[in-house]
Design a binder for this molecule. Structure first.
Ligand code: SF4
Length: 909
C-alpha cells in the first residue's frame, strides 16, 4: 500500500466532520474549525461542492480526489464516495465515517503512485494536459508534475489521436424476409444458454413477436404487437431473438428504443450473448443518442484555446483527457462520470455539446473524427441500434436520416409522455433568442465560435446572387426576434421589437389571471378570451415571423439548386455543410410555421386538437422564460402519423403497458388506436410470487399537511428497514423539508440519506451511490422512480408520501375533460403506482415493502398492484413493525448483504 500523503484531509457528512492531519491522525472537528483550516491550507476532500454544502461554506476548494481520479483514469467508472473510490483504487473501503478522512489520504497516495507505474494505461496525453492544468492553477498539478515524466517525444494532440470514421455508401433497403416463431424460440434458447431455467412466458413472447418481423401486411400501418410482459419474464431477450434473426437475414437495422439510460445500459450488457466477439459486437450493436448528448470537438477546441476561463477551463482540460479514452464521446450517461460536471457547478459542460444545432458539418476541421458523425454512421450499418424514444421520434419527424423501419419500443408505457414533449410547441423568449442567434450569429460582446448563417454560407452567398440576397433578408428579419437582455427589458416594460412586445403582454396576462400556485415556481393560464392588446401584439409578431419565414424558404431552395449545380468548389465537405444547412433550415422553418399557427389562432376559434396556454417560468421566484405553449390534446396522433404508420414492424412492450386497465388504455397510450391495420396483443404474467415477496401498507394516522409527522414517519420507516429506502415525493418543497428534518438523525445512526434537489449531485450518480450502499436511502420526486433500477438488497422499501395525483395544470384539465374526468385521473395514478411498485421486485429473491403515507388512498386504485399482493391499512406503529419483521427476517445471518451489492445486475425484466 502507498504511504499516506503528508497532506491533511477533510471529511464531512450529515453525521459529523473529521480532519486527518498530515501525519494521518484523525479527530472530529467543529464546522467553524473545519472552515478555518480548509481556508488556510488546501485539504484533500472528496466532492468539494458536497462537502462545502455540509459545512455551509459554498466557496470550499481544495484537493478534490474526484478531479484527480478523473485525470488519472478518465472514462473509468467509480462511485464518488470514500468506499466507492477506495474500491476503484484497489483499497479496502473505510470501516466507518470516522476512518474516511484517513482513507482519503490513502486513496490520494495510491492514485498519485499509480502515475509512476510504467503500465499506467492512460499515460498518453497526461503530461501535456497537466502542463495546461498547471497554468490554470489546478491544485493537483504540482503533485502530478513531480510524478509524470515528460515524454521523450511530444505527445500527439487529442484531435489527431481520435480515430476517423470511414464514409460508406447508402445502405440498400432490407430484403423482404420473415421470422418463423420456431426460429425465434430456437434463437432464444441459444441466447439464454444451456442449462438456463426455461421461462415459458419468455418463449411465448419471442414467438408472438416473430410475425412483426415480416413484410408489411397492411397498407395502412405496420405489423404491430403490444406486449405486456410482467417483471421477470426476460422480455429483452424475447424480442432480441426475432429482431436479431431479421437483421441478419434482411441486412436491415432494428431500432430498440428505451426511455431510461438504465435500460440502455442493460441492453448494452446483453451484447455479448448476441455477438461474442467484441470487434463484431461494436459494429453490429450500436448505442445512439440525441446530438446534444455528445461532445462537440469544435466546441472543445474553442474551450481549450481560451474560450473558457477559470474553473470551466479546468473542466475542459479534464473533458479533453476523457475524450481521448471515451468509448463514444457521450457526455450524458456514457462513460464521462456523471459527477464530473457537477464538481464544476456545471460551468461550461453543456457548452461543450452541440445543443443548439450549430454544427458546421463538413466545414468543421474535426468532422472526420466527430463523435456524433461517427455514431450516426455506425448506426447505419448496425444490426441493432439501441436508442431512446426521443431520438426515434425526432429521426422520424425531422431528420436527415432515414426513419427507422423496424422498431421495438421497450418501456412503452412512456411513449405518450415522450411524444408529448417531442411534438410540443413553445414560442418562448429562450427559443426565439436561440433562433435569432442561429441566423444572425454572435452579437455584442459574446465570445466563442458561434457563427451565424452568413459565416457558414459565405461561399454559397457569393456564388448564388439570389441565395445571397435571401440570406441578407433573413438576417435583417431575424433582428425582430428577442435579443440579449430581453427579460430585463420586459420587466421594465420596455420591450424591443414585436416578439418581445408580445411576450411582455403574455407576462402581463399571466400575472393578472394565474391563480397563486406553488410560491416561486411557474405560473400559467389558459389561452382563452385574450384581450385586445394581446390579439394586436400577436398579429404584429405573426407578421414578423412570416417576414422571416419567406427568405428562409428562398434560401433553402437556392441551396438545393447549388447542390444540383454541383460547382467545382463544392467538394464533399462543402456538400456536407450545405446539406447540414438545408436540414437546419427545414427544422427552423417548421418551427416558425408552428409558432405562426399558434399566433394565428389568438383571438379566433380554438382548435380542438390542441391545448394552448400562457406561462411564466420561474425557479425560486426568479423568472427565466415567458412562453405561449401548445401541446397536442392526444400526442399519440402525431406519433402514429410520423413514426408508426411509415414503419414496417413495431413491438411496444413494458411490464405495465396497461397500467392496471384493459387493452383499450394501452392502445390509446401507444398510438395503436390511430391505426387501421389491426394490432396484436400479448401478455405474460410475472413469475414472481408477489404475495410472498412483497406487501403494500397504507398508513392511516399521518395527517395531510403535518410535516413533522411526515418526516417522523419517514425517519422511523428508514430506521426499521436499516436503509435501502426509496422515498418518493410529489412536491420538491416537502422533499426538502423532510430531508432537512431527518438527514442528521439518520446519518448519526449509520444510515446516509441522499436527496435529489438537495445534494449537488446529478440523479444518475445519486442512484449509483444508493445502489452501492445497502444502508443508504434516497429521496426524490415522483419522476425519479423511472431511472431507479436497483435489483437486490439496496432497494427493499419504497415510501410514497401521497397518492400521486396529477398536478392541476391547464394541460391536465383539458386532457381530464377529454378523457372521462376522474376516470382519467385514476388511470394516471394507477400507472404511476404500478411503476413505483415495479421498482421493488426486480429479480428472483428480491423482497420488499411498499408504503403510502396517506390514508386518502381510494380502494379503486389498488388494482394497480400485481395480483396476490396483500394490501393493509395500518397505523404507523404497525407499519414499522411489519417493515422490521419482513425486511429483518429476510436478512442472512442478521447482516446486510453488502457482499451482494457488487453482483452483476442481472436481467430484471
Ligand atoms: S462536426 Fe459538428 S458536432 Fe462534430 S465536432 Fe464538428 S462542429 Fe462539432
Amino acid at each position: 500500500m502507498a504511504a499516506p500523503l503528508p497532506l491533511p484531509a477533510l471529511h464531512a457528512t450529515h453525521a459529523g466532520i473529521w480532519i486527518a492531519d498530515a501525519a494521518g491522525e484523525v479527530r472530529e472537528a467543529t464546522r467553524g474549525e473545519a472552515i478555518a483550516r480548509a481556508a488556510e491550507t488546501p485539504h484533500i476532500i472528496l466532492n468539494a461542492p458536497l462537502v462545502g454544502q455540509r459545512l455551509g461554506y459554498a466557496e470550499l476548494s481544495g484537493l478534490d480526489l474526484l478531479e484527480l481520479f478523473a485525470f488519472a483514469h478518465p472514462a473509468r467508472f467509480a462511485v464518488p464516495t470514500p468506499a466507492g473510490l477506495s474500491r476503484a483504487a484497489g483499497l479496502e473501503p473505510p470501516g466507518g465515517e470516522a476512518q474516511a478522512a484517513a482513507v482519503l489520504q490513502a486513496i490520494a497516495a495510491k492514485l498519485l503512485d499509480g502515475l509512476r507505474d510504467p503500465d499506467w494505461p492512460e499515460r498518453e496525453g497526461a503530461w501535456t494536459v497537466n502542463s495546461s492544468l498547471h497554468r490554470l492553477g489546478w491544485a493537483w498539478a504540482p503533485l502530478v508534475a513531480s510524478r509524470v515524466e515528460r515524454p521523450e517525444r511530444g505527445e500527439r494532440i487529442l484531435f489527431s489521436r481520435l480515430p476517423q470514421w470511414e464514409e460508406t455508401g447508402d445502405q440498400p433497403p432490407p430484403l423482404a424476409t420473415s421470422v418463423d416463431p420456431d426460429d425465434a424460440e430456437a434463437k432464444l434458447a441459444k441466447l439464454t444458454g444451456k442449462g438456463a431455467e426455461p421461462r415459458e412466458g419468455q418463449k411465448a413472447m419471442a414467438a408472438a413477436a416473430a410475425p412483426v418481423f415480416a413484410p408489411r401486411r397492411s397498407r395502412d400501418g405496420p405489423n404491430m404487437l403490444l406486449a405486456e410482459a410482467g417483471t421477470g419474464i426476460g422480455k429483452t431477450l424475447a424480442y432480441l431473438a426475432p429482431a436479431s434473426i431479421w437483421a441478419e437475414r434482411s441486412g436491415g437495422t432494428v431500432w430498440v428504443s428505451t426511455f431510461t439510460k438504465a435500460l440502455q445500459r442493460q441492453l448494452d450488457s446483453e451484447g455479448p450473448r448476441l455477438f461474442a466477439d467484441a470487434g463484431e459486437r461494436a459494429k453490429r450493436m450500436v448505442i445512439r443518442k440525441g446530438r446534444e448528448n455528445y461532445l462537440c470537438l469544435l466546441n472543445l477546441e474553442d474551450a481549450l484555446q481560451g474560450g473558457f476561463a477559470g474553473r470551466a477551463a479546468v473542466l475542459a482540460q479534464l473533458v479533453g483527457r476523457w475524450a481521448a479514452y471515451s468509448k463514444d464521446g457521450d457526455m450524458v450517461g456514457g462513460d464521462l462520470p456523471g459527477w464530473l460536471p457537477s464538481l464544476f457547478r456545471r460551468a461550461g459542460s453543456t457548452a461543450l455539446t452541440d445543443r443548439r444545432g450549430e454544427c458546421v458539418y463538413g466545414g468543421c476541421p474535426h468532422y472526420r473524427r466527430c463523435f456524433i458523425e461517427r455514431s450516426e454512421r455506425a448506426g447505419r450499418e448496425a444490426d441493432l441500434v439501441i436508442a431512446n424514444h426521443a431520438l426515434v421520434m425526432i429521426n422520424a419527424a425531422r431528420s436527415r436520416e432515414t426513419a427507422p423501419q423496424q422498431i421495438v419500443f421497450d418501456e412503452g408505457h412512456h411513449l405518450f409522455d415522450a411524444a408529448d414533449s417531442i411534438f410540443a410547441i413553445a414560442l418562448s423568449g429562450q427559443e426565439a433568442i436561440e433562433l435569432r442567434r442561429w441566423i444572425v450569429g454572435p452579437e455584442g460582446r459574446s465570445r466563442g465560435r458561434r457563427r451565424g448563417l452568413s459565416a457558414r454560407l459565405m461561399d454559397v452567398a457569393s456564388y448564388d446572387g439570389e441565395g445571397g440576397a435571401a440570406l441578407e433578408q433573413a438576417i435583417e428579419a431575424a433582428r425582430a426576434l428577442p435579443s440579449d437582455g430581453w427579460l430585463a427589458r420586459i420587466a421594465e416594460d420596455a420591450p424591443f421589437g414585436p416578439v418581445e412586445a408580445l411576450l411582455a403582454e403574455v407576462r402581463g396576462t399571466v400575472y393578472a389571471r394565474a391563480k397563486a400556485q406553488d410560491a416561486g415556481y411557474g405560473l400559467e393560464t389558459e389561452l382563452a378570451a385574450p384581450d385586445g392588446a394581446l390579439v394586436d401584439r400577436a398579429a404584429a409578431a405573426l407578421e414578423a415571423l412570416e417576414a422571416l419565414h419567406k427568405p428562409l424558404s428562398v434560401l433553402s431552395r437556392r441551396l438545393e439548386a447549388v447542390l444540383e449545380d454541383a460547382p467545382d468548389w463544392l467538394d464533399s465537405q462543402a456538400r456536407a455543410r450545405v446539406e447540414g444547412a438545408i436540414n437546419g433550415l427545414k427544422w427552423r422553418r417548421e418551427t416558425l410555421s408552428a409558432w405562426a399557427a399558434v399566433l394565428a389562432r389568438i383571438g379566433g376559434p380554438a382548435d380542438s386538437d390542441f391545448v394552448d396556454w400562457l406561462a411564466v417560468e420561474r425557479v425560486d421566484g426568479r423568472e427565466y422564460d415567458i412562453a405561449i405553449n401548445r401541446r397536442w390534446l392526444d400526442p399519440t396522433r402525431p406519433l402514429a402519423e410520423t413514426v408508426l404508420k411509415p414503419a414496417q414492424g413495431v413491438v411496444v412492450t413494458s411490464a405495465t403497458l396497461r397500467g392496471g386497465d384493459g387493452w383499450d388504455t394501452a392502445d390509446q397510450r401507444t398510438g395503436a388506436a390511430h391505426l387501421d391495420c389491426g394490432v396484436g396483443h400479448f401478455e405474460a404474467e410475472s413469475p414472481f410470487d408477489y404475495g410472498v415477496c412483497s406487501e403494500v401498507l397504507i398508513v392511516t394516522d399521518i395527517k395531510q399537511g403535518d410535516l413533522a409527522a411526515l418526516a417522523g414517519g419517514y425517519a422511523r420507516l428508514i430506521e426499521a428497514a436499516e436503509g435501502g429506502t426509496l422515498g418518493l415525493f410529489t412536491a420538491i418543497a416537502r422533499l426538502k423539508a423532510v430531508h432537512a428534518r431527518i438527514a442528521d438523525r439518520l446519518a448519526r445512526g449509520g444510515l446516509p440519506l441522499l436527496a435529489q434537489h438537495v445534494d449537488p449531485i446529478d440523479p444518475g450518480t445519486l442512484v449509483d451511490i444508493f445502489r452501492d450502499d445497502p444502508h443508504a436511502s434516497l429521496l426524490g420526486t415522483d419522476a425519479l422512480r423511472d431511472g431507479v433500477d436497483v435489483p437486490g438488497e439496496s432497494l427493499r422499501l419504497v415510501v410514497m408520501e401521497r397518492v400521486p395525483w396529477p398536478r392541476p395544470t391547464v394541460l391536465h384539465a383539458a386532457r381530464r375533460m377529454a378523457g372521462g374526468g376522474s376516470a382519467y385521473d385514476d388511470r394516471v395514478v394507477r400507472a404511476r403506482l404500478a411503476q413505483a411498485f415495479g421498482r421493488l421486485i426486480r429479480r428472483q429473491g428480491d423482497r420488499g415493502v411498499f408504503v403510502i403515507l396517506s390514508a386518502a388512498m381510494p380502494s379503486r386504485l389498488l388494482r394497480a398492484f400485481p395480483p396476490g399482493v396483500r394490501v393493509s391499512r395500518v397505523p404507523l406503529d404497525e407499519a414499522i413493525e411489519r417493515v422490521r419483521e419482513r425486511l429483518g427476517a429476510d436478512r442472512i445471518g442478521g447482516t446486510l448483504l453488502s457482499q451482494r451489492r457488487s453482483e452483476a445486475v442481472t436481467n430484471p425484466d
